[in-house]
Write a protein that binds this ligand. Structure first.
Ligand SMILES: Cc1cc2nc3c(=O)[nH]c(=O)nc-3n(C[C@H](O)[C@H](O)[C@H](O)COP(=O)(O)OP(=O)(O)OC[C@H]3O[C@@H](n4cnc5c(N)ncnc54)[C@H](O)[C@@H]3O)c2cc1C
Ligand code: SF4
Length: 280
């Protein structure tokens, strides 16, 4: 396998596809290469070409979660979501760009069952073991999006700058369809370069986990208040980060038999998140 260090974001982007894959911190990609979930002839190393650091609310996609969790310039919800992700070692390698694009943790998918997301015709989790799975958007694929920071960025109304366009973080994600099983709208030869994060009046991120640390979210709730409006977004409840229009939208969830408990957790965390936001 070749390892290349491109000299510009454009050169990096244009070399992707046809067996070339972007490598940032490698914390998700390297295990997937090892397990045969991703095939690559060439790894395109992003460190020299994707911006890193925070300036006036703009975050380089190459900034690590460890750097973000301690940056006082950033909204509390994003700092808390980064601090609640993975382990200190993983956070010091893992970048925010890679975090937003990490693959599902659904074990059927990771174990290469020929499920809907792998191009098959059924969701093995729906019929099998699915305690960690979704309560929204789960009719075709019932996986639960693993990123804590993505939910925080969604609640904050962040926008992404890529090598091709600018888009709201909400538009980075899509539910799979018959024709297109991808969970993101990013093109194969498109890189995330920066994130633009608005400053709320107050924000918070709360996470329910099986263990107190180093665990993916059973449910994560981000709340961000901008004046009279409060935006809510959830992690761990749908194949993509999920914007919750208001707390009562939880009553429209479609839990599976094994995920009904997540609705209760989400109700409690939404209540707590809203109560914890200081009023003006
Ligand atoms: C044991 C474990 C526990 C974890 N727990 C959590 C958790 O609780 N919460 C959570 O949110 N996350 C968790 N994670 C995920 C972790 O945060 C991500 O693996 C990490 O942030 C990915 O960043 P990376 O730089 O290592 O990405 P990589 O592994 O290098 O890349 C991941 C993917 O993103 C693509 N990519 C990377 N950067 C870019 C870019 N700028 N533009 C376009 N494509 C890009 C790569 O091609 C690849 O497909 C966990 C991971 C592990 C292994
Ligand atoms: S939840 Fe999605 S990834 Fe998991 S088995 Fe079902 S289709 Fe595959």
């Amino acid at each position: 396998m070749k390892f290349v260090r491109p000299e510009s974001p454009e050169a990096a982007a244009s070399s992707l596809g046809n067996g070339s894959v972007a490598l940032a911190g490698g914390t998700d990609l390297v295990p997937m290469l090892r397990d045969g979930l991703v095939q690559a002839d060439e790894l395109v190393f992003l460190r020299d070409v994707v911006p890193r650091g925070v300036q006036s609310g703009r975050i380089g996609a190459g900034t690590t979660l460890a750097e973000l969790e301690v940056d006082p310039e950033l909204p509390q919800a994003l700092r808390e979501a980064c601090a609640a992700s993975a382990s200190p070692q993983l956070r010091s390698m893992g970048t925010i760009g890679g975090n937003l694009l990490q693959a599902t943790r659904c074990w059927y998918w990771r174990l290469r069952f020929p499920c809907y997301l792998h191009g098959g015709d059924r969701c093995h989790a729906r019929q099998g073991t699915h305690r960690e799975h979704a309560i929204f958007g789960n009719d075709r694929c019932a996986s639960a999006h693993p990123s804590d920071p993505a939910a925080a960025l969604l609640a904050l109304g962040a926008r992404l700058q890529t090598t091709r366009r600018e888009l709201p973080v909400a538009d980075l994600y899509r539910l799979p369809t018959e024709e297109n099983r991808n969970l993101t709208a990013l093109e194969r030869d498109e890189l995330i370069l920066e994130l633009d994060v608005p400053t709320p009046d107050a924000s918070v991120y709360l996470k329910a986990m099986d263990r107190r640390a180093w665990s993916f979210a059973l449910v994560g709730v981000a709340a961000a208040r901008f004046g009279a409006e409060t935006r809510l977004a959830l992690a761990g409840v749908a194949p993509v980060p999920w914007l919750l229009e208001n707390p009562s939208a939880l009553e429209q969830s479609t839990p599976l038999p094994g995920t009904a408990y997540k609705v209760e957790i989400a109700r409690a965390l939404v209540r707590r998140a809203l109560a914890s936001l200081p009023t003006t």
